[in-house]
Design a protein around this ligand. Structure first.
Ligand code: AHR
Length: 759
């Protein structure tokens, strides 16, 4: 039985935001090295090191077979930025497995290139496969006593996954560096981007691409900041540094490749440059670029604009041409900073960069930053700063649970269009379930309906290699030879591929928001994920309780039943050993709604109240900076809930005092847009367990119409997991009607209908 409701499409309003849907690319989760970067050799430059990750070294990624020797050397390297190489003395085979194996398929060809030198002519053999089963192979001749680049094609063999095996004969002594194995494209040239991942990005039809992050843009410490000039030119000359996500940045996808990716996807670039300070989470905090280096940094930012857009008669435009691109890249936006804390240093450095860019390039829309969350102190300070400066656009981020998205479909209605426009630079509904994908779709309809304020939006993170993630959820998972799009990917694609030009008013009749209520009964539980913690002086709702001890990662200690709407809990906690602090869970067990009060969370740097609904959590209040829980030092905590109000005292200080958001969730959401060709684009989300029929009424009595419907449906709300392909994929159908049409929306579904007059 389907419930019927009416979607009345009204008068046209504002023009849609033309660049609204785009991509966020950061080398996180092996998204670039090991992912979009078509390079198949892992650590081909022998530059991995202990600073990238504990235990890593120049030979990480390589193994050696045979009785010969491998010596890592740094004297007289190929280039100072590529300071390590290996001296191989045969007989041996140097083996590189790439990232979980190198995929070979019939018809696929590869280019192996490397730098080598030897005092005598040598013949190496390069094979993809295993010792027993070579899948493709070729020979490499080393005939130079100086470093020389050698290249050879590896022919196609059988399908499978293998390793790159470089065989050095007995007694041969060869120096080797910059080993690269890339698939060849149809034009016979080595590929820059892995083709299946590139195709997945192209299919999203992005209007823009943000790069290089994210946290990567401002870096973990000043020496980790992203400087674009160090990422162009010959690959082996680029500066390679630690990836802030705990691996290595080869910079093989540097700024030129980024711009090329924009060309390949039809997107406009949105580079994000550091605002002259490194990440606030860096050791010692957000250090500013020293005054003595600021002028050079400012010049670098201006040069980036010239590099992207300048004529070939400018210094950096000429450099771009030298690198193969005489035509400008058409950059129109520039982001300054990423989620930075608004400190005095930030204000100073950011202000100078924004002023310089706006003075020299009024054609560029500068984007400021407003913290990691869509509320709270950083958000407020970021917005106040942007208002004060008259910055034209601001970057808001939000990784929240689906409930938040359904409560915020009209978030931007209250924003003043006369103020800075908004770029939602990072957002995700914190799981790979259908529930999250539909919550994002509902929210995106809200963004689309408010072009006077919201101009750009990009889901984050975009790419993640299975088994190599530092962050979930992600939009597209992949292995060596598979692309696994999430349900959210299909949502993004449905928005990206069919867009309207003018927003129309929409009236819904016959559906209501879903009320949000507080759970009436639950339990209080103590837990410590990484420490042993002793709890004494426990008093729950006026009743003293026995002392308790929680073990690291254990299930925790259940204190008893509570009414989560009226709970009063006090205790003293002493960490006996381990790291970080502890948490108190109030509420029903997952997947119901609960609150986690965390003291000493996230590197022991914060207190935060987290809320979980349907098993998906997000920060509800905070995180607020906290000096940390110390072994042996008592921490007195009181938590008091009264209806939606939550208060948390730590050592007598009231740190959290807020009301839980009880606004209804908009689970049935519609948007309508028209475009020049007389078509309408109608979007509908049904994030409920009820099948519904939407009776869509179009304005102006257009007569008989046909709607091409793309529907994402067919799985329960909790289906869909990280590292797997979506449990649902869009399906196409057509419906007809007169001045409107009926659209069947199964439970937990999202549809986009493109409507034309029939005939
Ligand atoms: O998208 C992952 C990270 O989330 C980004 O690097 C950062 O900006 C945010 O905190």
């Amino acid at each position: 039985m389907s419930e019927r409701f009416t979607v009345r499409v009204g008068a046209p309003g504002a023009d849609a935001a033309p660049d609204l849907w785009g991509l966020f690319i950061e080398d996180l989760n092996d998204a670039l090295d090991g992912g979009l970067n078509a390079e198949l050799t892992r650590n081909g430059d022998f530059e991995f090191n202990e600073a990238d990750r504990e235990g890593w070294h120049a030979l990480t990624g390589w193994t050696v077979e045979g009785s010969g020797t491998v010596e890592v050397r740094t004297d007289d390297p190929v280039h100072p930025n590529n300071s390590h190489y290996v001296r191989l003395t045969g007989p041996l085979t140097l083996v590189n497995e790439g990232w979980d194996g190198i995929a070979v398929a019939p018809g696929r060809k590869f280019l192996l290139s490397l730098f080598a030198r030897s005092s005598e002519n040598q013949r190496l053999t390069a094979v993809i496969g295993s010792a027993a089963v070579p899948l493709a192979g070729s020979e490499v001749f080393v005939e130079s006593i100086e470093w020389a680049r050698e290249e050879m094609e590896l022919g196609t063999g059988m399908p499978g996954r293998g390793s790159l095996r470089i065989e050095v004969p007995a007694f041969a002594v060869v120096d080797l560096d910059c080993v690269s194995l890339r698939p060849l494209g149809a034009d016979g040239e080595p590929l820059t981007f892995r083709p299946d991942l590139l195709a997945a990005l192209q299919e999203l039809k992005p209007s823009f691409i943000r790069f290089p992050g994210g946290c990567l843009a401002h870096g973990y410490g000043l020496d980790n900041m992203y400087h674009w000039k160090r990422t162009i030119g010959p690959r082996h000359e680029r500066e390679q540094i630690r990836n802030t996500w705990g691996y290595h940045q080869s910079r093989q996808i540097g700024y030129v490749e980024y711009f090329e990716l924009c060309l390949a996807t039809g997107a406009t670039p949105i580079p994000i440059v550091a605002a002259g300070v490194c990440c606030q989470n860096s050791p010692g905090g957000p250090h500013p670029i020293p005054e003595s280096e600021m002028d050079a940094y400012l010049q670098d930012v201006l040069d980036l604009v010239e590099f992207a857009n300048g004529g070939t008669d400018t210094a950096w435009g000429a450099r771009r041409a030298e690198l193969g691109h005489p035509e400008p890249f058409g950059m129109r936006y520039l982001g300054i900073g990423n989620e930075d804390q608004i400190t005095d240093d930030f204000r100073d450095r950011y202000g100078r960069i924004e002023d310089a860019v706006r003075a020299a390039h009024p054609e560029i829309t500068v984007i400021g930053t407003s913290g990691p969350q869509p509320a709270g102190p950083d958000y407020e300070a970021g917005w106040a700063f942007v208002r004060e400066r008259g910055t034209p656009m601001v970057d808001e981020h939000g990784y929240l649970n689906p409930r938040w998205f359904h409560q915020n479909t009209d978030r931007y209605e209250s924003y003043d269009p006369a103020e800075a426009k908004v770029y939602i630079g990072e957002y995700a509904a914190r799981s790979n379930t259908v529930r999250s994908a539909l919550a994002e779709a509902a929210y995106m309809i809200g963004l689309e309906r408010r072009p006077e304020v919201v101009r750009l939006a990009s889901y984050a993170p975009l790419l993640a290699r299975v088994g190599h993630t530092q962050w979930v959820p992600d939009l597209i998972y992949f292995t060596a030879d598979e692309v696994l799009p999430s349900a959210s990917y299909h949502v993004q694609q449905m928005f990206g591929t069919e867009r309207g030009e003018r927003v129309h008013a929409v009236e819904l009749e016959g559906v209501q928001g879903e009320p949000v209520t507080l759970p009436e009964a639950g339990t209080a539980l103590l837990r410590s994920d990484r420490a042993t913690v002793a709890f004494t002086g426990l008093v729950l709702d006026g009743n003293p309780l026995p002392d308790a001890v929680t073990a690291p990662g254990g299930e925790g200690v259940l204190l008893g039943g509570i009414d989560p709407r009226d709970t009063d809990l006090e205790f003293t906690a002493v960490r006996r050993d381990g790291e970080e602090g502890f948490l108190v869970r109030l509420g029903p067990e997952a997947p119901g709604s609960h609150l986690d009060v965390v003291v000493g969370g996230w590197q022991n740097k914060s207190t935060v109240v987290i809320r979980g609904d349907d098993g998906i959590t997000s920060d509800d209040h905070g995180p607020l900076p906290y000096p940390g829980v110390r072994t042996g030092e008592p921490v007195r905590v009181r938590i008091r809930t009264q209806g939606p109000r939550v208060r948390v005292w730590v050592d007598g200080e009231l740190r959290h005092d807020y009301e839980q958001d009880l606004r209804p969730e908009q689970r049935v959401v519609a948007g309508a847009f028209s475009r020049g060709d007389g078509e309408y684009v109608v979007r509908l989300v049904n994030a409920t367990a009820t099948a519904r029929t939407a009776a869509v009424e179009l304005p102006g009595d257009p007569g008989p119409v046909t709607a091409a419907v793309r529907l994402l449906a067919g799985a329960g709300p909790d289906e869909g997991r990280p590292h797997e392909a979506s449990p649902v994929a869009p399906a196409d159908s057509r419906v007809e009607g007169d001045s409107g049409f009926d659209l069947e929306l199964p439970p937990w579904s999202f549809a986009t209908a493109v409507v034309q007059r029939s005939g």
